[in-house]
Ligand binder design. Structure first.
Ligand code: ADP
Ligand code: ZN
Ligand code: ZN
Length: 742
């Protein structure tokens, strides 16, 4: 350690978003009152050939380097840190827990613009307000332009103005409508929302009177406001969870505090946003991947400044700073999208719980199909269970039924009895929803003559047939080639598609139900912006008879006129080697089932299977998700699998197969030298998909029934891994609490 010689000289220790675990030392910038800089402020520092943005971690009086070797900070970007000391502590914790470099972790907490050093300014948006004429004109004069009428009506709610980012939620293709209203001098553009003014009232629409279970849930959480507690709100789709959230949020607002609501990307729909906007008069902001960087930065900053009270956001908004934190809600807590699968691999659910603890606020998790981890945390009394066992209002729960398709005549995946059921439902003018979790036409192209199959050259995977585009496409690396007409191996055999994808089922349905309207919802059919919204609108207006889709259908959307839900292939997922698969399958089945009969019409769910005795399916059908979860937890306990043990997965990949194996082998050797036994070291083995995008993939799994022991080993191991000379020749990553072993 070199003490610095000059009187009060200081060393700034800086975290920079680069893939190394250490901090970097700098001298304070010239001519600045550096002593006022606080941990968390952004700094511009010379790094390599250019400059980078870093974050001040601490100010020290000494450095391991001699001061002559230290470079000077170029400038300090913030007068005060944009994140609080407690949140900074959270980021330190997350860096240590996930064994991920601090610079990258802190970086993740900031929106892209701020991360790149842009000034912390909120974008002022154009916004539309009523003119004097617009306020007074008889609304019926617009009867012949219903869209204009509806926008004008909405603007007449007290305290309402329409900002550019909200526009889309008001009605479809609202731009021309606004233009027409401006031309009629009914509305005007005002320069900017003054986001510093919070409306005087909190809500503009009264809450629904809660049923007794809803009330109990609301009371329990409200009694914990102001201190840390974790709740799990378990309720089937349609049981009134969102209503419970909104009433608790109201209580938080009354305390002058803010709420962060985290949701999976697909459930963060304009409809949900609209529901919140209808209820609450306070400023509300939304943040997800479809917004611009500037919009996300503005959303982040208005929460940080406290001028906005509610944020609806996806995983990446978990770290949004809150001036007056009051509550974190995480809906669909079982959803895999809450785990970041690349870079800083954190679980938004687990970090949210830790954040609640550090901020001394309650955390509310919600799901119809809670994760086994959360149910286990209920069992060991770390979380508190709140239940909504019935559907709210008059909706009835759907009935589930297994349809044994062994030896049944099948037409493109549909058995005869199923076709009859579909016909009956359609005859009653009700909608049918078909679920198949595989897009494309067919997952395999095979030669009938010699057995050749179309494989991806860069992955251990078949190419999927996309007939509409006349392509073969790899769903793992995205590689495409033209559809083949001739077998490249034997040149004579006929090429036939094998297996089922949504495109293929759609074609069959179109032939079979020629007079019906069919909509396919999957990633291919909804690629263009706005198509999904259009489809959903058509469905809800009853213009669609049959809805076919992938797991895009499983969440969030309300299809009140659907009375028959069909899971075409309930067996896929029963035989995966990943122990998480059965939990995910059960959740998916229940979630898809939840689409049926949401209104007064009772729904039915039919699952086609060739394994009607499979315990997972029978338990789920006859005894429900809770009982399934109980059995699955018992099996996990028996096998010492999470949540009864803790795992960390080290992945490595390279262009050849040897290097990642050597690398992982060296690490497993090292780990065996570690003096405290107890951690199982499994591997190295090749990944379930051994090659992907041209890289060979291997993995090494660590498992221990004691979390602390596992982490002690990782703490010891990580610096050593960095120093291994093979570590530079492979791409490697550590995944703590992996949810996907692939
Ligand atoms: P979830 O979030 O669990 O799917 P929602 O909160 O969206 O459930 O409620 C489902 C439907 O029931 C909504 O249309 C909602 O307005 C209605 N609802 C919820 N709570 C009540 C209640 N206490 N009384 C009447 N209707 C309710
Ligand atoms: Zn062939
Ligand atoms: Zn591929």
């Amino acid at each position: 350690m070199h003490k610095l010689h000059h009187g009060n000289a200081q060393v700034f220790r800086v975290a920079i978003s680069v893939p190394v675990f250490r901090l970097f030392d700098y001298l304070p910038p010239e001519n600045s009152r550096a002593e006022f800089a606080r941990p968390g402020v952004r700094l511009e520092v010379p790094f390599g050939k250019g400059n980078k943005i870093g974050f001040l971690v601490e100010i020290s009086e000494s450095s391991e380097l001699d001061s002559s070797q230290l470079k000077r900070i170029v400038r300090i970007l913030d007068d005060r840190p944009l994140i609080s000391a407690k949140d900074l502590k959270l980021l330190h914790w997350a860096s240590a827990y996930y064994h991920h470099p601090l610079g990258d972790v802190i970086s993740t907490a900031f929106p892209a613009g701020l991360r790149q050093g842009k000034p912390a300014t909120v974008q002022t948006e154009k916004c539309y307000t009523l003119t004097a004429l617009g306020k007074t004109i008889a609304i019926d004069l617009l009867n012949r332009s219903p869209k204009q009428k509806s926008v004008l009506e909405k603007l007449r709610y007290p305290d309402v103005s329409l900002s550019a980012s909200e526009r889309a939620t008001w009605c479809k293709s609202v731009r021309p409508v606004l233009k027409q209203l401006i031309d009629k001098q009914l509305i005007q553009i005002e320069s900017a929302i003054n986001a510093t003014i919070q409306p005087s009232t909190l809500i503009k629409q009264a809450a629904l009177p809660g049923n007794s279970q809803q009330q109990a849930a609301i009371n329990a959480v409200c009694a914990s406001l102001g201190r840390f507690d974790v709740f799990l709100l378990e309720g089937v789709t349609g049981s009134g969870k969102t209503e419970v959230y909104m009433q608790i949020i109201h209580a938080v607002l009354k305390r002058g505090q803010q709420v962060l609501v985290l949701l999976p990307e697909i459930t963060l729909t304009p409809q949900l946003e609209e529901r919140f906007r209808q209820r609450f008069a306070v400023n509300l902001t939304v943040s997800h991947s479809k917004l611009t960087d500037m919009q996300r930065q503005s959303a982040w900053l208005v929460m940080q400044q406290g001028t906005c009270s509610i944020m609806l956001g996806t995983r990446s908004t978990l770290f949004t700073p809150l001036k007056n934190p009051g509550l974190i809600i995480l809906d669909e807590e079982h959803d895999a999208s809450f785990k970041q699968q690349e870079g800083f691999r954190f679980s938004a659910r687990d970090v949210a719980v830790m954040r609640g603890k550090l901020l001394s606020i309650p955390v509310l998790l919600g799901s119809a199909t809670p994760s086994l981890e959360s149910l286990y945390n209920i069992e060991n009394k770390r979380y508190r269970l709140l239940q909504l066992p019935e559907r709210a209002g008059r909706a009835l729960a759907p009935t589930l039924q297994l349809l044994d398709i062994r030896n049944k005549r099948m037409q493109e995946g549909l058995s005869e009895p199923l076709i009859i059921e579909i016909q009956r439902t359609l005859a009653k003018q009700e909608q049918v929803l078909l679920f198949l979790n595989r897009r494309g036409f067919a997952p395999t192209l095979i030669c009938h003559g010699c057995g050749w199959t179309a494989r991806c050259q860069r992955c251990d995977a078949n190419l999927v047939i996309h007939y509409d585009e006349n392509l073969l496409r790899c769903h793992h690396c995205g590689r495409e080639q033209r559809m083949l007409n001739q077998c490249p191996a034997c040149k004579t055999g006929a090429l036939t598609p094998l297996g089922l994808g949504t495109e293929r089922v759609e074609k069959m349905l179109a032939e079979f139900f020629a007079d019906k309207v069919i909509v396919r919802l999957d990633r291919d059919s909804t690629q263009r912006k706005g198509t999904l919204e259009n489809f959903l609108e058509q469905i809800n207006q009853g213009q669609v008879d049959i809805i076919l889709g992938t797991q895009m259908l499983a969440k969030g959307h309300h299809f009140p006129n659907v009375t028959l839900v069909v899971i075409l292939d309930a067996d896929s997922g029963l035989f995966s080697i990943d122990f998480h698969a059965s939990e995910k399958l059960a959740q998916l089945i229940v979630q898809v089932s939840g689409r049926a009969g949401r209104a007064e019409k009772p729904g039915r769910v039919i699952l086609q299977t060739r394994r009607p005795e499979h315990p997972l399916l029978t338990t789920l059908i006859t005894q429900g998700y809770k009982q399934f979860a109980k059995q699955a937890l018992a099996e996990r306990k028996e096998a010492n699998l999470p949540p009864f043990s803790y795992q960390a997965l080290l992945r490595a990949q390279a262009v050849d197969a040897e290097t990642p194996q050597w690398f992982l082998h060296a690490i497993s050797q090292l780990a065996r030298e570690y003096c405290r036994p107890g951690t199982q070291i499994l591997g190295p083995v090749s990944a379930p998909m051994a090659r992907r995008a041209g890289l060979y993939r291997f993995q090494l799994l660590f498992q221990n029934t004691k979390r602390q022991e596992l982490h002690a080993l990782l703490d010891w191991l990580m610096p050593k891994i960095e120093q291994l000379k093979q570590s530079r020749k492979v791409r490697w990553s550590l995944d703590v609490d992996p949810v996907d072993l692939y």
